[in-house]
Every structure is written in C-alpha cells, then in structure tokens.
Design a protein around this ligand. Structure first.
Ligand SMILES: [Zn+2]
Length: 311
C-alpha cells in the first residue's frame, strides 16, 4: 500500500512569518492592520496571505483577495483541497498558540512551584466546589484566581444545579464527589451577565415539541423564569434576563439542599453555600450566602445574607 506523501510545512506559522516568533493570537495581526488602515493589499496582501497557515488570518486575506481576483481564488481553493487531503489542519495556528502557552506555564509556574505540584500529585483537598457557566468569558480560575488544587469545578450551560429528583447528571456526580469524598467546605454557584443559557430559558416556548438539549437542560431553572416574570415582568427583556441570571443562582442554591448529604452537612455547619454573580460589562462581582436553619425571621428556613460587591 502506497503511503501518503510527507506533508511538508505548507506555510510558516503566523508567529514565524509576521511577528518575530511572538505570540499573535490576541495581537493586532498584520493583515488586519493593513485593512483597518485602508492600505491597498496588492502584492503585500498576497505575501501576508501566503505567509500564514490556514487559520483565521489567512482566511481573512483569502476572502478579501478573492473579491479582487476570482482566478486567484480558484487556485487558492485547489490549494486548500490539496492540503486538506494531506492532513493539513487549518486550525493549527490555534493549537500552536496553546503549545506556546503550555510550555510557558510549565517553565514559569509548574517548574518554579515543583514542591506544590508534587504534593498535588499525591491528592487534592480543595476547599471550594465551584459551579459556573460554560461560557468562554467567565472562567472562574481566571477571574477569582483559583490555583491548581484550590477548587473542584464543574461548568455547564447557565451554571445550573438540577434538583436531586432530576436524577443523574455530570453536575450531580461532581457534587457527590466534591461533598462526600473531597469534603469541600464551600459550594459557590456563579452566574454572569449576558448568559446565553438564561436567555434561552427566558425565550423558550412552553409546550414545544421540538427536541432541544439546551431547552431540556435550562428547563431545570424554569422556576427562576416564573419568579422573574412575576417580579420584574414590566421591565425590558434584557433587564428581565439580568434578574433571572441572579434568580437562577438562588434556584440552584435551593436545589443544592435537595441533596440529602448536602442538606445534612449544611445543617451540621460544615458546608456553606454561596451565590456569586460576575458582571463582565462593568467587571464587578457580587457575592452572597444562603443561610439555612430553623427559627429564622418570618418562620422561613432560608435566608440570603452577607451580600457584598467587589468592584
Ligand atoms: Zn452563561
């Protein structure tokens, strides 16, 4: 059986071609700089287009140049097909960037804190269980500075905790391990601004027959939608969503108490339940705590206390 021809380096990485080897994923890329400045592309644009792998930069060049010279575009499309057949990965720019970041982490974090990582290799004893949204803009480790070993974490659409009766889910499995095996002392549920999952909850049609994993999942928080509509139904849709983003956190906090082993530890005072809300529009963080005990004001067993805003 004949083997595939060796894949030669088709184009140098963006970093090699245009930025003296420096990371470029979040830098202003040369082709975009040219476009923003309204400069003619011509041979300069083609040189840049040919100077990078098939990632977003080269695709931008391709689209722009194709409008000027369709025959050139035709040749380029043939090139794309040929290199896809040879296994050229048009997303390789991004993975190269991750490689650079990983090696930087290894050099400046892992190797400089080797004692700490050797301890972590023996086991973990995080104080926090964090439930956050899968949204790419709200990474808890990034915004709250959790270091390896400090927080057991699960991220899902709209940072929801289903009630115990909901049955098995990856979130309930993570809770069981964090509470019963790791014995975390804090569970923090973090909501956030402009949450797509909450928007889906607020817009989903009742009694729809079409199948949607997202709708099925966010339905876990339908009580938060109902209480939002009752409380602030007169406000704009965006304002209702903001309200529901926080209301759903409280709904999740109450759902945590439906897990018998969580309720037991909260009652014993060895586990605390906290809500959080990260607003990335003005970069602020609200934090509060769910208090659960008998004989509180008004006869309720629940109260939200210790509000604070970090800004
Ligand atoms: Zn979200």
């Amino acid at each position: 059986m004949s083997s595939l021809p060796a894949v030669r380096p088709f184009f140098p990485a963006v970093s090699d071609a245009s930025n003296n080897g420096k990371s470029t994923m979040f830098n202003k890329r040369p082709i975009e700089t040219l476009m923003l400045n309204g400069l003619p592309l011509g041979s300069v644009g083609e040189k840049l287009a040919n100077g990078c792998r098939w990632g977003p930069v080269r695709m931008t060049c391709f689209k722009l140049l194709a409008t000027r010279d369709p025959s050139w575009a035709s040749q380029e499309l043939k090139e794309i097909k040929r290199h896809r057949q040879h296994g050229e990965d048009i997303g390789s720019d991004h993975l190269e960037e991750l490689k650079v970041r990983f090696l930087k982490f290894k050099k400046h974090n892992y190797l400089e804190n080797l004692d700490h990582y050797e301890i972590l290799a023996q086991g973990q004893a995080p104080k926090f269980m964090v439930i956050a949204c899968a949204d790419s803009r709200v990474c808890p480790s990034r915004i709250l500075g959790f270091q390896p070993g400090e927080a057991f974490m699960v991220r899902n659409v709209a940072n929801l905790v289903p009630p115990y009766e909901h049955g098995s889910s990856e979130t309930s499995a993570a809770l069981e391990f964090a509470v019963n095996s790791l014995e975390v002392t804090n569970i923090l549920v973090i909501g956030h601004s402009r949450c797509g999952g909450i928007r889906a909850l607020m817009t989903m049609k009742r009694n729809s027959n079409s199948k949607s994993f997202i709708r099925d999942w966010v339905s876990v928080a339908k009580g938060a939608r109902l209480s939002t509509e009752a409380a602030v139904g007169n406000l704009s849709f965006d304002e209702q969503c903001t309200h529901c983003e926080k209301e759903s956190v409280n709904s999740s906090l109450l759902n945590l108490l439906t897990y018998p082993w969580i309720e037991e530890k909260v009652t014993e005072g060895v586990l605390s339940l906290h809500g959080g809300y990260y607003d990335f529009i003005d970069c602020s963080f609200e934090k509060w705590t769910l208090v659960y005990k008998e004989g509180m004001e008004g006869g309720s067993k629940f109260a939200l206390k210790n509000y604070s805003t970090w800004c």
